[in-house]
Design a protein around this ligand. Structure first.
Ligand code: ZN
Length: 453
């Protein structure tokens, strides 16, 4: 949870001073690693550096004032940067200028204290002072870590908390069970077996790729900085650059908000969620080979795909948080898009067939909804793929034969103390009703019209 900080002048100076000291320590630690390696061909570990801290503080006495765990956390940042570099995940660590140094972290409960009930309040930093903060946390509990961040002229505190509330008791868990098909034509196709619902990604996200491309194109026309040619960036380039980065950040924020909103809606009414095991590689390779290359590729690949990944993991996280069950359906084995949810008949559909139309039992349904249904029934143990069909309308115990089917699922006692209580914000059914009314004019109807063409 991030709060905006409103320090007074004197405190702000102190914050800047602390940030500078952390930056200097960071650079010293980077330097130490490089020189040790160059001179003695020896690599320095985090623990060696940590053990040097007391001696370091004897020489640089200004560091005595700073919380020692926060200093360790800064050394950890150095360690992390080197680790990433060694693994080939990141660039060679660099010395940082103060402009590129964001702040510091209190990794435990010392060095700061929070006066807040989750909304606004005050942050006390030792040796710095009491700072007003504004913001609202969705969940609140005992603060465990606190990171001070300086960005675009503003100060923030990012605080993580240990939530005290218990896992929902079985009788208060939301009772709904849904299958969800992610991606493809609608962002989400959700079903509980009776009510179906499709959710589109917000328009801004769908257009984001296009907007960013446009902004980058404008940027390319301006004079970019070039060290070799000794060219400085033009003012227009800088302006265009800031536009691109603002847009990118906006997209990231919106995606984040949308993902959390959708996931919360789902989990508010359901504690049992079945969805496909996501194999991203697979999806892209189909897009390359398939006839509908354009449609698939035009699905705002990068931006929405990232969204689907996040959506999936967020739903999983939230379901586990309340002590529910999240089932990953192995699509290769079950083939949700090729199986009839009513009779189990399997029939291969190409990507352009948007409607499931069963040749055996005559069941007609949107392709993605049908797939979501198959996943739900399979997860409940009502379908055992290929081996036969045992769906007879009776609802099996959600926790039923899952393990026998080799599904990975999480049950209540696996999720630990981090779980928390949620308000019931309406069941999936209520949600479905509201959405259906809405979609009468837009979503669903046009969906089916276009797909039956
Ligand atoms: Zn059928």
């Amino acid at each position: 949870m991030t709060f905006r900080l409103y320090p007074n002048k004197q405190i702000e100076q102190s914050l800047r001073y602390h940030r500078k000291l952390h930056k200097d320590l960071y650079n010293a630690a980077v330097n130490n690693r490089f020189t040790q390696y160059q001179k003695f061909n020896q690599s320095v570990s985090y623990f060696e550096q940590q053990n040097c801290l007391p001696v370091f503080k004897e020489v640089w006495t200004e560091y005595k004032k700073i919380n020692s765990q926060a200093l360790q956390a800064t050394l950890k940042r150095v360690d992390f940067a080197f680790e990433r570099w060694f693994k080939g995940l990141g660039k060679r660590p660099r010395y940082k200028s103060i402009r590129h140094y964001s702040g510091w972290t209190y990794p435990a409960k010392s060095g700061y204290s929070v006066e807040s009930n989750g909304e606004n309040g005050y942050l006390n930093l030792s040796k710095i002072g009491r700072i007003q903060m504004r913001g609202k946390a969705k969940y609140w509990g005992v603060p465990t870590t606190c990171t001070i961040v300086y960005r675009n002229g503003k100060w923030y505190a990012s605080i993580t908390v240990d939530v005290l509330d218990q896992i929902l008791k079985p009788e208060t868990l939301p009772t709904g069970a849904v299958g969800i098909d992610l991606g493809c034509k609608s962002a989400l196709s959700i079903t509980d077996g009776e009510n179906h619902q499709q959710i589109e990604a917000p328009k801004f996200l769908r257009n984001a790729e296009h907007l960013i491309k446009k902004a980058s194109k404008i940027k390319r026309r301006k004079q970019a900085p070039n060290k070799n040619k000794k060219l400085k960036a033009s003012r227009r380039w800088k302006k265009a650059q800031s536009k691109v980065s603002k847009l990118t950040r906006k997209v990231a924020n919106q995606r984040h908000n949308w993902v959390h909103q959708v996931a919360s809606e789902i989990v508010s009414g359901n504690s049992f969620v079945a969805t496909e095991k996501l194999e991203v590689k697979n999806m892209t390779s189909i897009a390359k080979k398939g006839k509908r290359k354009k449609q698939k590729a035009g699905l705002n690949k990068s931006i929405l795909d990232v969204g689907f990944g996040m959506l999936r993991s967020t739903i999983k996280y939230k379901v586990e948080q309340i002590g529910g069950v999240f089932v990953e359906v192995p699509t290769k084995k079950v083939k949700p898009s090729q199986t009839c949810p009513k009779c189990g008949h399997q029939h291969k559909k190409t990507l352009d067939i948007r409607v499931h139309n069963c040749a055996v039992c005559g069941y007609r349904q949107d392709r993605d909804i049908a797939a979501a249904e198959v996943m739900l029934y399979w997860a409940k143990g009502e379908i055992t793929s290929r081996l036969g069909f045992c769906r007879d309308g009776s609802v099996a115990n959600p926790n039923g034969n899952l393990t026998e089917l080799g599904t990975s699922f999480v049950d209540a006692d696996v999720t630990s103390s981090t779980s928390r209580t949620r308000k019931q914000a309406g069941s999936m059914k209520q949600l479905g009703r509201a959405k259906r009314q809405k979609s009468k004019s837009t979503g669903l109807v046009s969906q089916t019209q276009t797909s039956t063409k």
